[in-house]
Design a protein around this ligand. Structure first.
Ligand SMILES: [Fe+2]
Length: 239
């Protein structure tokens, strides 16, 4: 096994727009394990007004799925995180010093509006960094401001880890997202890549994104984006 670390997935059933049952969840976990992932971070949405699974319910589901995986796929380790939308709920959790982080650590995943960049985002991220936390930005290729000007990604990437979606690298889907994701990886602006898997049907494009990195940039890049850098991110370091 290649021991890849997946920092972004919607594997936990019944919490958001990801897996709809335990069986679906397990087939997604199995597909990721077959691609070489050994450490899977489940990151259900926390998005005010759209997906608001209570954190204690998230924890219960995580515990239940972890027990199941320990039985059927004992080589896979499941970790808990969240995909936090940049909204008032996250702001308040950050003020209280308890954003839902990866594995109870210092790093947390977040996403922003695809069309409107939050005002003063970079300054806010800097303030968060000063408190010792590491923000991790999901799918930078999806944001209009980054698509129009990759320099935006470069400056955001000084305060936050940038995590591209593997499916965007595969070449299928939205043209602007594909072009931007590939450019971020080719120019070394992306810190890591992740599955963002919602459904078993996402499997082939995730695998093909992995294959694209290997073909275009070689095995070292794969190791860096899927193994070394995600492990550093999990311990709160910006690679
Ligand atoms: Fe996601």
């Amino acid at each position: 096994m290649a021991h890849y670390v997946d920092l972004h997935s919607h594997l936990l059933p019944g919490l958001d727009d990801g897996a709809d049952s335990l069986a679906t969840c397990l087939s997604m976990v199995r597909a990721l394990a077959e691609m070489g992932f050994s450490d899977l971070c489940a990151t259900p949405h926390q998005f005010a007004g759209r997906f608001e699974p209570p954190l204690d319910q998230v924890r219960l589901t995580f515990d239940q799925v972890s027990r199941e995986i320990a039985t059927v796929l004992p080589k896979v380790r499941l970790l808990l995180g969240a995909e936090n939308y940049w909204d008032d709920v996250l702001a308040s959790r950050l003020r209280q010093g308890e954003p839902p982080c990866y594995d109870g650590g210092k790093a947390f995943l977040f996403e922003i509006s695809p069309v409107v960049m939050p005002p003063r985002l970079e300054a806010a991220l800097f303030d968060i960094r000063v408190t010792g936390r590491l923000p991790v930005l999901a799918h930078p290729e999806r944001y209009l401001a980054v698509q129009r000007n990759p320099a935006v990604a470069e400056s955001l990437g000084r305060q936050a880890a940038l995590l591209v979606d593997l499916a965007a690298l595969s070449g299928t889907g939205d043209r602007a997202e594909v072009k931007t994701a590939r450019r971020l990886v080719e120019e070394g602006m992306a810190h890591a890549a992740a599955s963002d898997m919602h459904d078993p049907e996402d499997g082939p494009s995730i695998a093909s994104g992995l294959a694209w990195i290997e073909k275009r940039l070689g095995a070292n890049a794969v190791r860096q984006l899927l193994n070394e850098n995600p492990r550093r991110i999990l311990v709160g370091q910006l690679p």
